[in-house]
Design a protein. Structure first.
Length: 317
């Protein structure tokens, strides 16, 4: 089975910004590493001459300076969505292989978008017998339980790729919508071409999560130049069908109508992805709603609701 776009994005962001790992280890895990002077992306194929294929996700060769001497180490980055014993069993092999091949230290970083997977990944891997341990591997892990939620435009603008990583790791959480709204605004502070690339990268990287639906609604309704650029190049793929139809009838009225249709579609999509049944009456109520604030409330509730009636419940007095 080919890796999902969510899996790929979670580790490839460290290839896009090759010193993001250094900031993340220092700022999130409190484990500063020497400032890199050069970072190279290495071949991820760790297969030997035997016909047994082993591939890591991302492998970086990091060079740094210490007392005037250039030194180096390998950063092995593994993206883990769910618990996979066979994958975890290979991590000690990856480390030993890379250390032997490049004759330098190897650091294992595991990135996750699920809290339970992150907790599982942190467990030390012990190779050997009780009292006769040959190797202990303790991965450094970044996941939704320790990666900060970036929820202000100022913070996101200061480190765009860290904000992208925050969005990817919190894609299943209750704060996803806040993070993505802020991120969409922060992208407008950089050049439109880069922002457009990252906007599409984020959509792919969110995979089939509720957050992807939220992001599609944002990209269909915000008016930042980078979004207009994406649309003009024909890469929107129908994200704003309601909005574009409305614009033909009248820009302002159509825009509001399109936003409402987009929000309603997102609510229904999230419920469908979560396996929540929607009866015909509830579906009609959602699709006919034009109150954007109310739709926003329903979208937030759709992330955690156990049944469709919970969307419409009045808050306790």
């Amino acid at each position: 089975m080919s890796p999902s776009s969510e899996h790929e994005a979670l580790h490839r962001v460290f290839q896009y910004d090759e010193v993001l790992f250094a900031r993340s280890l220092a700022n999130i895990l409190g484990k500063p590493v020497p400032a890199p002077v050069a970072v190279s992306v290495l071949n991820v194929d760790l297969t030997e001459t035997r016909p047994l294929e082993r591939r890591a996700d991302t492998v970086l060769l990091v060079k740094y300076q210490e007392n005037g001497v250039i030194k180096r180490y390998i950063l092995l980055i593994e993206s883990q969505t769910d618990e996979k014993k066979e994958r975890r069993r290979r991590w000690p092999y990856y480390i030993a292989y890379l250390q032997d091949k490049y004759d330098c230290p190897v650091v294992l970083l595991v990135v996750c978008s699920k809290k339970e997977t992150a907790e599982w990944a942190r467990e030390p891997i012990v190779v050997g017998l009780p009292g006769l341990v040959s190797m202990t591997v303790t991965p450094a892990v970044l996941g939704p339980d320790n990666v900060p939620a970036v929820t202000t435009v100022d913070e996101a603008s200061r480190d765009i790729t860290a904000a992208v990583f925050s969005a990817l790791t919190h894609s299943r959480g209750s704060r996803a919508r806040d993070i993505l709204i802020v991120l969409s605004a922060a992208l407008d502070t950089i050049d439109p071409e880069t922002a457009g690339f990252l906007a599409e990268y984020i959509e792919d990287g969110l995979g089939e999560t509720p957050a992807q639906s939220i992001w599609k609604v944002l990209m269909a309704t915000v008016t930042y130049p980078y979004v207009s650029s994406i649309r003009s190049q024909g890469r929107e793929e129908g994200r704003a069908e309601g909005r574009e139809e409305g614009r033909e009838e009248g820009r302002e009225e159509g825009r509001e109508e399109g936003r409402a249709q987009g929000e309603a579609a997102a609510v229904l999509r999230v419920l469908a992805k979560r396996g929540i049944a929607v009866d015909e009456k509830s579906r009609e109520r959602i699709e006919s709603c034009t109150d954007l604030d109310l739709l926003g409330t329903w979208l937030d509730r759709s992330l955690t609701a156990e049944q469709v009636d919970e969307l419409f419940a009045r808050p306790p007095v």
